[in-house]
Design a protein around this ligand. Structure first.
Ligand code: AMP
Ligand code: MG
Length: 480
């Protein structure tokens, strides 16, 4: 692996140098060969050496382990000091295509930012992130990736002792809104300026030389987050912990804790056990995204303009671009999901009406979209459809009469964007429970299905179905 660690060249106050804490018995659980190939990574073929690297027992040559400093608003409350409490940035890999990517170990032991925590992670959360992030990638959603999961051979104590594991996460960077907040809260304007330049150079190089770098960055991050959250909504994804420390400047999905895919649709679906108020409910995600971006804007004010009023005015203008950008992305995604190639004014309303019909009938999100092509013919309506859904389908068919492409083309479009396989909560839970006990059969099967989410595979069809009432998962946990 080729490392070039630009973050380690930033001033000392951006991180603490710290090594992963060695574990008792490293053992590989999962290795993402496809990702390693894509990045052109050359790793030792010996399993034991790999297991040592991916648990942190062996520092790869060129790695300079660091724990990053950051702050963040958690459920609306500001915490000025968070930081990598259970993760270590090993370094930045330079991929074959020139991309620079963070390689981070998560669950690698205590760091100076651990506060009361043990710095560790159990099998469940590690494998959950591995599965979910790879599924999201296959669904075309910007996300951090998972390169490896390795067992530590040590117990992690939560409510009960659980087998411990470490995840190796690959990300465009681990810069978060919370990174900027960390320095802004300390009145360290110089550090914020350094971060702006670093973020542009690393994530938005086309902005280099912008007249006002902080404003240009703000604009880019607003757009990236608008696009990301529209994607989430288009597949029924609920992040679950949209705190500002979990909001990436790159616009990638990061931190798969209690996230979930909605099955029986509800606008305000919440799964996370720690989100009692529903702050991060399905339909709250766009306004929360904008709220987080407002916190980002606040950190940049001093860098945008010496004149506070002018800075606020400029930042507000950028922030106000969020909702229109989100709606534009959402409508574009929805048109494709509904098989529409012609653009009409009423399409946003048509899509909204579908969400209302799904909400009223508690329809399965993924199956509703995936089975749309079967409803293209008027006589295809089945008795199973609720009155709301039947009414909507009639409106949708009328809209399709104004399309110019062949029905086959419209069907193909829908099937290319409406997945058949998503990591359904009940399947994820079953797979993780078995894997924790050492049986990876269900996990591997599910991973295989969600890695090709649009392909019909008859032998896996049970994974496409919604949960029976007794199988429904009502709550998810972050398990930290
Ligand atoms: P997260 O919920 O993963 O976004 O984490 C929020 C904060 O809590 C971050 O600063 C983490 O590093 C820290 N944290 C979470 N779990 C642990 C743990 N087991 N040990 C130490 N720090 C933790
Ligand atoms: Mg986090």
């Amino acid at each position: 692996m080729r490392f070039d660690n630009s973050y380690a060249r930033l001033p000392d106050r951006f991180y603490t140098r710290t090594s992963p804490v060695a574990v008792a018995a490293p053992r590989m659980l999962k290795f993402n060969q496809a990702l390693a190939d894509e990045l052109g990574l050359e790793l030792p073929t010996d399993e034991q050496t790999r297991a040592k690297i991916f648990t942190g027992n062996l520092n790869p040559e060129g790695g300079e382990p660091l724990a990053l400093a950051y702050a963040g608003h958690q459920f609306g409350h500001f915490n000025p000091q968070l930081g990598d409490g259970r993760a270590v940035l090993i370094g930045e890999i330079v991929a074959r295509d020139g991309r620079r990517l963070d390689m981070q170990l998560k669950g690698s032991g205590r760091t100076p930012f651990s506060r009361g925590g043990d710095g560790r992670a159990a099998f469940g959360p590690v494998l959950r992130e591995y599965l979910l992030s790879e599924a999201m990638h296959a669904l075309g959603v910007p996300t951090t990736r998972s390169l490896a999961a390795a067992a530590t051979g040590e117990a992690v104590y939560r409510e009960a002792p659980l087998p411990g594991a470490v995840l190796t996460r690959i990300a465009s960077s681990h810069l978060r809104i919370g990174t900027f907040q960390y320095f802004a809260a300390r009145g360290d304007g110089e550090a914020v300026r350094i971060l702006v330049d670093y973020a542009i150079k690393r994530l938005y190089p086309h902005l280099e030389g912008a007249a006002n770098p902080a404003l240009a960055l703000m604009e880019a991050v607003v757009e990236a987050q608008a696009k990301l959250i529209a994607k989430w909504l288009s597949i029924g994804f609920i992040h679950g912990v949209m705190n500002t420390d979990n909001t990436s400047i790159s616009g990638e999905t990061i931190d798969y804790g209690p996230c979930a895919f909605v099955d029986a649709y509800d606008h305000m679906a919440v799964f996370s056990s720690i989100d009692a108020q529903g702050r991060y409910a399905y339909a709250n995600q766009p306004p929360i995204g904008q709220w987080n971006l407002a916190r980002f804007a606040e950190t940049l004010l001093g860098v945008i303009d010496d004149d506070k009023d002018r800075a606020v005015e400029q930042a507000t203008k950028r922030l106000e671009a969020f909702m229109p950008a989100f709606h534009a992305h959402w409508t574009r995604l929805m048109r494709a999901k509904l098989g529409l190639l012609v653009e009409e004014e009423g399409d946003t309303q048509l899509a909204n009406d579908l969400f209302n019909a799904m909400h009223a009938s508690k329809a399965d999100f993924t199956l509703t979209f995936r089975t749309l092509p079967a409803h293209m013919e008027a006589d295809a309506s089945s008795e199973e459809d609720s009155p709301e859904m039947s009414a909507w389908l009639a409106a949708w068919r009328a809209r399709h009469e104004r399309e110019r492409q062949s029905p086959e083309a419209r069907r193909a479009l829908m099937e290319s964007v409406n997945p058949i396989f998503i990591p359904r909560n009940h399947r994820v839970e079953q797979a993780l429970e078995l894997a924790t006990r050492g049986d990876f059969t269900a996990f591997d099967r599910l991973l295989s299905a969600v890695s090709r989410p649009f392909d019909v595979r008859a032998d896996m069809i049970e994974l496409a179905q919604g949960p029976r009432p007794d199988e429904r998962v009502l709550q998810t946990f972050c398990g930290t």
